[in-house]
Design a protein around this ligand. Structure first.
Ligand code: BJW
Ligand code: ZN
Length: 252
């Protein structure tokens, strides 16, 4: 641990003593599962930028290209496993009665690690939504028959994710804001903190009095406001700062 030890110890103590914990995760937490991030070195998704494909305009312009990208990502995701960081957060949830996990990720890996009630603020890649009747359903198959249609009205289906320029689900977002502003400790992991409104959650938590801990391999726009910045891989740092010795059982 070297020079990082005091910061790690501080983060560990903050988490241990917190009554209410909220966590925000981004693509960096899934990087060690083998999933490329959106931005930064190696952050290319099959030569495309999220900004060019993750928009309603891109889908309208070329639904097949857009679906091929999402279908390719589904096939990659169907072969990966949650990593030590996802598992550490699932363990942390079991030590706190007041715990909220907010993720920008659409990959479903927090659920795969055993986390419960995850707020997927950008939706899920495993969901499809009808462009006609708005019906939404889950399909976990690794590859879809393109282009997918709505079983109810035969109209074109789209990925059940939130694209640039689209509103987040208001209930999910309200729950995320509530959790951030009522937390004692807000932990932000593996996000470049560049995409709003999710990027505003750490400042919101901070201004409401939370201690903010950041885990990232590099500095981000929120690094300046955090109480504890831990530089390194989520899969190494999270297991080290989450103690598993106080999980509460069914009877406690
Ligand atoms: C590691 C690591 C390891 C690597 N360990 N760390 C205010 C100002 C300016 C613009 C806006 C604003 N408010 C809203 C906007 C517009 C826009 C926006 O934010 N644009 C910015 C780019 C400037 N926001 C929106 O459009 C949002 N909607 C909205 O605001 O609606 C309002 C509205 C009101 C009324 C009517 C209509 C609308 C929607 C945003 C949706 C984002 N969607 C995507 C795609 C999801 C589907 C899909 O996956 O295809 O979400 S884009 C993409 O970015 C994805 C991610 O969730 C999101 C965030 O990325 P993330 O997770 O931070 O990943 P990276 O790659 O950026 O960073 C990875 C990090 O990990 C790095 O820091 C690494 O260092 C680190 N890392 N390995 C730890 N091992
Ligand atoms: Zn329909």
């Amino acid at each position: 641990m070297g020079e990082k030890a005091p910061e790690m110890e501080r983060a560990r103590a903050l988490l241990r003593d917190a009554h209410s914990v909220a966590v925000l995760t981004g693509a960096g937490i899934s990087a060690e599962s083998g999933i490329p991030t959106f931005r930064g070195a190696g952050g290319l998704w099959k030569q495309f930028r999220a900004e060019d494909l993750a928009t309603p305009e891109a889908f309208r312009r070329d639904p097949r290209l857009c679906w091929e990208w999402y279908d390719w990502r589904r096939s990659v995701l169907s072969q990966v496993q949650p990593n030590a960081a996802h598992h550490a957060l699932a363990r942390l949830q079991r030590t706190k009665r007041d715990f909220t996990l907010i993720t920008q990720n659409v990959d479903g890996l927090h659920f795969a690690a055993g986390s419960e009630r995850v707020l997927e603020v950008h939706g899920s890649i495993w969901n499809l939504r009808c462009t006609g009747c708005e019906r939404e359903w889950t399909d976990r198959s690794a590859r879809l028959e393109l282009l997918p249609q709505c079983p109810a009205c035969d109209k074109l289906a789209r990925p059940g994710v939130v694209w640039f320029g689209e509103k987040l689900n208001p209930n999910t977002w309200a729950a995320a804001e509530r959790a951030a502003s009522s937390s004692d400790v807000f932990l932000v992991v593996g996000t470049s903190a560049m995409v709003y409104p999710a990027a505003g959650l750490a400042p919101l938590a901070r201004s409401a009095g939370a201690k903010v801990i950041e885990v990232n391999i590099e500095a981000t726009p929120v690094s300046g406001l955090v109480d504890c910045a831990l530089t390194g891989r989520a899969g190494e740092i999270l297991p080290a700062i989450v103690s598993s010795d106080q999980e509460y059982g069914a009877g406690s």
